[in-house]
Design a protein. Sequence first.
Length: 369
Amino acid sequence: MDDDLVKPLRVKSGLEDIGYYMVGISKLPGFDRIIKLSSNESPLGPSPRAIEAASVALSQAHRYPELDLEQLPQTLAEKFGLEPSMIAFGPGSDEILLRLVNTYSNVEDEVIYSAHAYMQFPIYVKRAGSTPVAALDDDFRHSVDAILACVTERTSVVLVANPDNPSGTYLSGAEIRRLRDALPSHVLLIVDSAYDEFARAQDYESATQLVGEYDNVVVTRTFSKIFCLAGLRLGWCYGPPAVIDLMERIGPSFPVNIAVQAAAVEAVRDQAHIERVLKHNWIWIDRFSGALQQMGLKVYPSQTNFILVQFPQIKGKTASAADAFLQSRGIVGRKFAVADFEDKLRFTIGLDDEMEQTIDALGGFMQAG
């Protein structure tokens, strides 16, 4: 073929500007086993009932899944007091969030989110070809006023992670309602509530309550956190019928495989395991936070299964120095390659011995001359 006729593939505008989303470290050279506190996974593992159900379901792996998911949405609806027909599924809440933004935001539109919210948000927006707008926050906590100040005629979607990742902070139910009430009716409010079940603040409210009241609110949830099924990749959303209908029509033909369906149903039903996960998490959120504060470190109050910690800007005591010190001992937290997080590390709650070893290591780091 004549070289003059060879033309490069045409890539959608803006996609080549998207950087990689960096996941938590899961391996360290020289260590067969690490203490992995980097990815907000459950340390207690899946429900034994979920494991057994998935194993049994695999005997039917030669069959396609049922298109009409009945048992799974019904189980969720019974658990959370929801309408099963207003639930849609996807291979992880990330995929659902991306699908929502792609569906409700056009090239000429703007999508608003808080500057230090979930770091995938701007990636979703750029993949949709829309313009990302980062609203200022208040010490890594969403500011409703700042978000509303960014709303223009071009605004199509507002993304809010509540509780937030990576800060662990939250907006009260009243604040979420104030945000929704002040938005134009054509703007879709998407509340990413991956950590909903961990929130224990008295003024926190699940945003699913808003869905039945308004036509422009969608809540995304996940099976990765409280249900301990991160490796199976299953997310769900709760939204108005028109939104759910469109999400299902444009989504994957088989959004949930048969083994995942079986595991998910039993994970939701196993209340005893859920309570063990919550109890373990709350004990260590309090214990770990208290230990770090006694070392003189700033800890952001968390409504999740992780803690964001700020280190001093003192030579030898920085977040980077702490990260290197911990890794030399086989302990991995989460260091973000973002300027505003250069003095911070995030730690997922792990097993009892893992948390004790991490406290001892950080204590030694802070005391070392």
